[in-house]
Design a protein around this ligand. Sequence first.
Ligand SMILES: C[S@@+](CC[C@H](N)C(=O)[O-])C[C@H]1O[C@@H](n2cnc3c(N)ncnc32)[C@H](O)[C@@H]1O
Length: 221
Amino acid sequence: MSELTRLPEPELMDTPEQVSAYVAADFSVPHEALVSKFAELFPDFGSGLVLDIGCGAADVTARFALRYPEARILGIDAGPEMLRVGVAHIERLGLSSRVTLEELHIPSPRLEELGAFDAFISNSLLHHLADPSALWESLKYSAPGAPVFVQDLRRPYNRQMLEALVETHTEDFAHELITDFHNSLRASYTAAEVREQLTKAGLTLTVEEVGDRHLIVYGRL
Ligand SMILES: C[S@@+](CC[C@H](N)C(=O)[O-])C[C@H]1O[C@@H](n2cnc3c(N)ncnc32)[C@H](O)[C@@H]1O
């Protein structure tokens, strides 16, 4: 439970200013944590087609591709400016032969043409979605037993906790990104809300709170 009601934020954060502030921030710890936790949970995974849903500027996508040299990855995102920066990042790292980025707004029937996927990852997308079922429905296009790993912020319990998180985690952030982080925490879902979403979607996945501000959702389809 949270005393704070959810305040949605716009789905897209795609102005050039928002994108450059986001890309300039150091998210290496949570992004690397996602890849490490995936590896720990799914030690048998090594290759196949991975869908990164809401890949943004492809920082997590690239980290995942570097960890799994046998995997191919499709990153999808609705923001053209994010993707433009993401494509340049993938090219710079020499990953273009295995990593493709495509502009796609979920929910999208196009996923059926592109799947079945052998694994799914998603970081910091869920809290942007006005209708969270868009994410859970996208997991339909999977190979049997495909691993899923979703990481996002979770809504703090009360206003004091919200302010304390903003204070702790935005030391090096540009002004615009501090506001974005505040709004994102406020737009996030709680673990209990995510469990309800999964039940509604008919998915049996595990939801865990991690650290002071994240939640993870994982399992096999
Ligand atoms: C906070 S960013 C996270 C980007 C990336 N996953 C990362 O961790 O750096 C959220 C991304 O979700 C994208 N997004 C929001 N709603 C979307 C939708 N309905 N379909 C696809 N992408 C969406 C935004 O364009 C944005 O790039």
